[in-house]
Design a protein around this ligand. Structure first.
Ligand code: DX5
Ligand code: ZN
Length: 217
């Protein structure tokens, strides 16, 4: 069964605590927090203060996805804020190895993220040092986009490298995930599913979390 990481990008910000409690009670393991800087992606969302505010109200794994150009300078603030996992986009820095080192040295789990247009090859040299790999299943920047099926082959390729080398990182997928699109990803080796609009666009987010889990039994 896949672990579910609801993305609060699609939550109701005015009633955020309620929306976080809903998914935690429904059995979501992770809470996915999308940080957008207006440069790496067009949108601007929220920063370290947001993570810090959420930390005391939830026991879920706080899974912070940085869509931020040159994230190195801001990493200490997210570590300090109480993130459990911090993901950096390989496309956003010339120093991916250093960025992952900063995260790990801060006692936080390190994740590398690849866009749909980036080959698995680009992250091979850092796979030994990560706790999670995020394979973007849409182009980052917005919630509510359509799942890109061509990304499934990359999940499988990554899973093969994981098995062949005895790595134990989680493989996360993000973008356009629902109870149907999650199935081929799970079969290819995905272990964590981010879902934003599918979960929070529903009258009952719990039912959507259950649907993703039931589809990956
Ligand atoms: C996209 C973000 C996603 C987004 C997913 O840039 O990284 O986490 O919230 O939203 P859905 O599930 O609606 O595609
Ligand atoms: Zn995300």
């Amino acid at each position: 069964m896949i672990k579910v990481a609801p993305s609060i990008l699609s939550a109701d910000y005015v009633n955020l605590q309620k929306d976080i409690e809903k998914v935690e009670q429904a059995g979501a393991e992770f809470l996915h927090i999308d940080v957008m800087d207006g440069t790496f992606v067009p949108s601007i969302s929220y920063g370290p203060g947001f993570v810090k505010a959420i930390r005391p109200i939830s026991k879920m794994v706080l899974d912070v996805h940085l869509m931020v150009q040159n994230p190195e300078h801001i990493l200490p603030d997210f570590i300090e804020a109480g993130a459990d996992i911090i993901g950096v986009q390989v496309e956003a820095t010339q120093h991916i190895h250093r960025a992952l080192q900063i995260i790990k040295n801060g006692g936080v789990k390190a994740e590398v993220v690849i866009n749909p247009g980036t080959p698995v090859e680009a992250i091979k040299p850092v796979l030994h040092m990560v706790d999670q790999v995020l394979v973007m299943t849409v182009n980052p920047g917005f919630g509510g986009q359509k799942f890109l099926p061509e990304t499934v082959a990359k999940i499988a390729e990554l899973n093969e490298l994981k098995q062949a080398n005895g790595y134990d990182f989680d493989i996360e997928i993000d973008g356009g995930v629902n109870a149907e699109t999650v199935v081929p990803c799970y079969e290819a080796g995905a272990t964590v599913a981010v879902a934003g609009s599918y979960v929070y666009g529903a009258a009952d987010p719990a039912e959507r979390i259950n649907a993703i889990k039931a589809a990956t039994k």
